[in-house]
Design a protein around this ligand. Structure first.
Ligand code: S3P
Length: 171
């Protein structure tokens, strides 16, 4: 069984994903971390030295490598579903969960976050909100092809388990 959490940057994929994995007794994989370990470069370094296009290729390769693993919860990157055939591959190889948060909540969380995010660094609050509105609109169709969509406000891992059980997606 593989569970893929998808959704915009800052929606809580990694924090809820870790707890979900612990509850299910699965391994937790943060796709950005897997990329960093596989290529011995930080996401920021990859964006800076190789550019976004190379990052997306590395991201696709690492995503692919998770299809050979079992009993995992994967926190994907916010852009993962929107490149190549990644979202279709995710749905062929696992169960996907879209964590849905409104742009204002995302913008607030991104402002508080310490994770380096090359796509939004150096943006003012106004620019950040505009970016989040635009990009999340653009990516939404990909996110919405997930098996389930769930409200990300005060999201608990148990809520994801309940939603998956309701659809008989957990054996
Ligand atoms: C990105 C999201 C990031 C990371 C990279 C690009 C994006 O992951 O993969 O900075 O394009 O939305 P998080 O969603 O974990 O922040």
């Amino acid at each position: 069984m593989r569970i893929y959490l998808v959704g915009f940057m800052g929606c809580g994929k990694s924090s809820v994903g870790k707890k979900l994995a612990a509850l299910l007794n699965y391994n937790f994989i943060d796709l950005d971390q897997l990329i960093e370990e596989s290529f011995s470069l930080s996401v920021e370094e990859i964006f800076n030295s190789k550019g976004e296009e190379s990052f997306r290729i590395m991201e696709q390769k690492c995503l692919q490598s998770t299809f050979g693993m079992d009993d995992i919860v994967v926190a994907t990157g916010g852009g993962t579903p929107a490149f190549f055939e990644n979202m279709n591959r995710i749905n062929e190889n696992g169960i996907s969960v879209f964590i849905d948060l409104p742009p204002l909540a995302i913008e607030k969380r991104l402002r508080m976050s310490r994770k380096p995010r090359p796509l939004v660094k150096n943006l003012s609050s106004e620019e950040l909100l505009a970016f989040v509105i635009d990009k999340s609109e653009e990516r939404r169709p990909f996110y919405l092809s997930a098996n389930i969509s769930i409200n990300g406000i005060n999201l608990k891992p148990e809520d994801i388990i309940d939603a998956l059980n309701k659809k008989n997606l957990l054996q």
